[in-house]
Design a protein around this ligand. Structure first.
Ligand SMILES: [Mg+2]
Length: 228
């Protein structure tokens, strides 16, 4: 088989990520419950605040922490209490210290793939935070390169293709997010492997679009062995 280049997403593809954020969000919503708002409403305000903060400050735990605090201040108004803000930053601190939980079958599958193909880890987020996660995961040795960008757009895929001299028909993006992994990669002329994760973040949801390349949908990371 010819050697392919696999660009592989990290959060919710190699390791759990969003479940920890969801847990923190649930705790946050419970914390602000005494203010009397419906849980759905609190979540909607938080999502709006996150969208705005991501545009200004990017992804990552700090940006998320800022969104929780702003949401609280908005909901509480003049009732806001310093002790609650302290509790929110404690929750965010815990989230930041959570060690990576590698998904089932990932190390074995990477060991198999790296013998046969070129692997590049491709993740978005705050550079220092993502780099620390990669290091703590112990998986970096399987990859020829680690690429961390602020946002995965059609242009960032095109840049990557040029930078790493990827032959598009032999280039694949592997990930769990239709919005960041699958659609822009297909639009940039690459192929894609979609591995849905049951807890994919709401802000990553999108309709799957088609492109020039092939789209393969797999149930688990381990199934990559059957294709490469
Ligand atoms: Mg992901």
């Amino acid at each position: 088989m010819r050697r392919h280049t696999l660009l592989i997403d990290a959060d919710d593809t190699l390791w759990e990520n969003n479940v920890f954020f969801e847990k923190t969000i649930e705790d946050f919503i419970s914390l602000v419950e005494p203010l009397g708002y419906a849980r759905d409403y609190v979540r909607r305000i938080l999502n709006e605040t996150e969208r705005r903060n991501i545009r200004q400050h990017g992804y990552g735990v700090r940006s998320f922490g800022r969104s929780l605090e702003e949401t609280y201040l908005k909901l509480a108004g003049h009732m806001a209490q310093r002790s609650t803000i302290t509790q929110v930053s404690k929750m965010v601190g815990e989230l930041e210290r959570t060690p990576p939980h590698i998904l089932d079958g990932v190390p074995d599958t990477l060991a198999y793939l790296t013998e046969r193909h070129r692997l590049i880890l491709f993740t978005k987020g705050e550079p220092a935070e993502q780099a620390a996660k990669v290091e703590r995961s112990g998986l970096q040795g399987f990859f020829e390169a680690i690429e961390i960008v602020a946002e995965k757009s059609v242009n960032t895929y095109k840049t990557l293709v040029n930078q790493h001299h990827i032959v598009k028909s032999y280039g694949w993006m592997v990930g769990n997010s239709p919005r960041s992994d699958i659609n822009p990669a297909l639009q940039a002329g690459l192929n894609a492997v979609f591995i849905p994760h049951r807890a994919t973040w709401e802000l990553e949801h999108a309709e799957l679009q088609s492109g020039v390349g092939k789209l393969v949908i797999l149930r688990s990371f381990r199934d990559l062995r059957d294709h490469f």
